[in-house]
Design a protein around this ligand. Sequence first.
Ligand SMILES: [Zn+2]
Ligand SMILES: [Zn+2]
Length: 253
Amino acid sequence: MKAAFTKFFTFLAIILIFNSCSEDIDPLLGRDGALYGVGQFGNQLLSANRFSRLEIEVLYMEGYRPTTQMINGMQEFLEPLVNKPGGIQVIDREIPAKGQDTYTINNIRDLEREHRTLYNQGNTVTIFVMVLDGNFSRDEEETFTIGIAYQNTSMALFGPRIHMNTGGFRRPSRGLLETTVALHELGHLLGLVNNGTAMVHDHEDEEQEKHCDNEECLMFWQVETSGLFGFLGNTIPQLDENCLKDLRANGGR
Ligand SMILES: [Zn+2]
Ligand SMILES: [Zn+2]
């Protein structure tokens, strides 16, 4: 009799453990849900199938607070593109300066792990944006990177590159430059071009993969590099019709 009881309780315990584990293991949520490749969350970010709300956590190192133009610009950019009936919310917060001249992708991933607090949870999908106080380690003398998308819901902007190249004679304003680059990186998180979100019509740049072949489109490759200064006018480039069609076909609106 006693043995039967023990067996029964062991059985019950196994069921309980199994249930509590299976609840935690949703590969789209928590830290695990933030470890996919760039563009792999195109559909989750665009459609309301799995996530009906979007939260964006913007962290900036001391001295590199982004402009309100960029903060509001990200929300205004996404609103007409994504299906999020629960709304889009942007939260921004300062983090301590790190003081490195350059950052590798691994440095950036470590900083994300240390400071990111919002992860996908319930019906909310999250995006992480970090403004660093140094430049990208892979920069060359002539060409440099202003922003990168490096994981499915993660992107970084290089603050000194933005500050050095804005707000003077014949230079773009800081708001214009950083908003343009931030929106380009958001485009990559949405799966553009041909990187997580399939193309309706072929428009991927033959030499610069994952970018649009239209020089006037926000997803033209030079938009995230020093090449941007050659053509950035007074307004933020828009997504062209080909890019918009791709987003709609992958659950956007
Ligand atoms: Zn790009
Ligand atoms: Zn395009």
